[in-house]
Ligand binder design. Structure first.
Ligand code: PMV
Length: 316
């Protein structure tokens, strides 16, 4: 039996995070410079059901049986098996590597799930189609997020710019002009579930006020969609700035994120905002191709842990 491998990219939310959990639309893009990869290698001489998992980035080197049953990797493997109505798999080794920063708003959990579900279903002779990969990865996302919108597993599975709204068919966005994004990492680990949970508490305490903010974010996403599809990049930048202001109102920004956002704007970005769950993790800036390096250098100078410059094109 050959080895099976699959990979999945990181992602960045351009517009609409948090409000998307409450049914508003959002726009996300794949970030291919960072990837999660899973290789499944058969172990023909081992006992059936013996699955060994190695994930050096999180210091994991263990048999599946020794993992807690609600561990996201164990859940992903179980979901694939139960979908195929199998009670166990032929013995194998599962190696997981990832260059996507953890808990930083770049979809690392979703990418690992997607790559694992793809590689493991292929190993079992039934490679799942994208909608099934995304649906199972969504089940795993619930462990990380509690109430995920589903945007992460969707963009990471389809690896295209998407317009996403809960419960609606996904729409692939076709961009006439490529986008240059500079992603700046605060280096602060920030679990999405915490930020999402805090927004939920605030919404429960004052639903009218927070629904007003979600509506405003939803309206920005609609305008951003037309601006992106008609190549109006300056308008997109302005809308990113407005989206960031509303995320500050939701109290999911932080001084470090605000510093990077301000720095990117001063260095010539068309617009900038936090991206993902917030509080830490990453921000993004929309740049003209000529200014991206300068923006990245300035971000590093004021303390970004790392930056990624990525181009998103129609063919992404
Ligand atoms: O996983 P993150 O941190 O990139 O953010 C997910 C985006 C949220 O809107 C905050 C949560 C969700 O489930 O959509």
């Amino acid at each position: 039996m050959p080895a099976f491998s699959a990979s999945a990219p990181g992602k960045s939310i351009l517009f609409g995070e948090h409000a998307v959990v409450y049914g508003k639309p959002a726009i996300a893009v794949p970030v291919r410079q960072v990837q999660a990869k899973v290789i499944v290698t058969p172990k023909p001489k081992s006992q059936p059901g013996n699955i060994h998992i190695q994930a050096p980035a999180i210091g994991l080197d263990t048999d599946l049986l020794d993992l807690a049953p609600n561990h996201p990797l164990a859940v992903a493997i179980d979901l694939v098996l139960s979908h195929l109505k199998l009670s166990y798999a032929p013995g194998c080794n599962l190696r997981i590597t990832s260059t996507i920063p953890l808990a930083a708003g770049m979809g690392s959990g979703a990418a690992v799930s997607v790559a694992l579900i793809r590689a493991f279903s292929a190993y079992l002779g039934k490679p799942f189609p994208p909608e099934q990969v995304s649906a199972l990865a969504y089940e795993v996302e619930k462990l990380y997020h509690g109430t995920p919108s589903g945007i992460d597993n969707t963009v990471v599975t389809y690896t295209k710019p998407i317009y996403f709204q809960r419960g609606q068919p996904i729409e692939i966005l076709h961009l006439p002009a490529s986008l240059t994004l500079v992603i700046g990492d605060t280096g602060i680990i920030s679990p999405t579930a915490k930020a999402v949970g805090d927004v939920r508490q605030a919404w429960l305490a004052d639903p009218g006020y927070y629904e007003g903010l979600f509506d405003e974010i939803g309206a920005i996403v609609q305008q951003a969609r037309s601006a992106l599809e008609s190549g109006q990049l300056e308008k997109c930048g302005t809308l990113m700035d407005s989206n960031h202001a509303l995320l500050c109102e939701l109290d999911v920004s932080s001084p470090e994120l605000n510093r990077l956002v301000e720095t990117a704007r001063k260095a010539g970005a068309l617009g900038a905002k936090l991206s993902g769950g917030g509080r830490g993790g990453n921000m993004i800036a929309l740049a003209t191709a000529g200014e991206a390096v300068q923006i990245s250098d300035q971000l590093l100078e004021v303390g970004a842990h790392r930056t990624i410059i990525t181009q998103i094109g129609a063919q992404s």
